[in-house]
Design a protein around this ligand. Structure first.
Ligand SMILES: [Zn+2]
Ligand SMILES: [Zn+2]
Length: 216
């Protein structure tokens, strides 16, 4: 937040998509320190409450039921992932929309539908299939990642991009990239091929470095 010249003071909400530790590990201390209201599904809360701990303002969200903050809305949609009631979000503000699609094992018609006509898309490009298969992860973990409730490969990310690209899509951020089972250049080339002629700005998010502040 400091990197992008923003502060936690007065923040309206923290949303959690699902209970996996890479997503919730820091939430408890963050929302307690700054007294930020917390939003998540019933299923995620059931699985995550013991590791998150005490929450002063818990708000339950459901798929397809947008949460409103003045002119801004956050709409959760269901994701195929090995977590209980996992979701991702489409955020709308003053006629602009931003879609988030990470931690999903496959591209369903519903996902493609939710991500249509966006101005910005933050999408998972988790692994390159051949790097995953040749890599150091145990067989069972590889199967989990590749499954329909695991993570999106570069090719699956390309499938989403090819399906939802339109002239109004101005920004694409490749997210949740594995440092072990992917290479940024491979992910980027696959995404660019899928986008074809249309050329939105493309950013690759990194695990341990904040992404620049982006505007749409
Ligand atoms: Zn994750
Ligand atoms: Zn996950």
């Amino acid at each position: 937040m400091e990197h992008i010249d923003r502060s936690f003071t007065g923040m309206d909400a923290v949303f959690a998509t699902h209970e996996h530790s890479d997503h919730i590990r820091g939430i408890g201390p963050l929302i307690r320190k700054h007294d930020i209201p917390f939003y998540t599904t019933e299923g995620t809360w059931r699985r995550a409450s013991s590791s998150i701990g005490k929450v002063s303002s818990l708000n339950t969200i459901r798929e397809n039921e947008p949460v409103h903050f003045d002119e801004l809305s956050v709409e959760p949609y269901s994701t195929p992932h090995d977590a209980e009631e996992s979701v991702a979000f489409v955020i709308r503000y003053q006629g602009k929309s931003l879609g988030i699609a990470t931690d999903l094992g496959r591209v369903t018609p519903e996902v493609k539908n939710k991500l249509k006509n966006l101005d910005a898309l933050l999408v998972e490009a988790n692994h390159d299939i051949s790097m995953l298969e040749a890599g150091p992860y145990p067989w069972a973990t590889q199967q989990r990642i590749k499954s329909g409730i695991g993570h999106l490969s570069n090719e699956a990310c390309g499938e989403i991009l090819a399906s939802v690209k339109h002239p109004g899509l101005k920004l694409v951020v490749l997210m949740h990239m594995s440092e072990t089972n992917n290479h940024p250049e491979i992910a980027k080339i696959t995404a660019l091929q899928a986008l074809g002629e249309s050329s939105p700005k493309m950013i690759l998010a990194q695990q341990n470095h904040p992404t620049e502040l982006l505007s749409v």
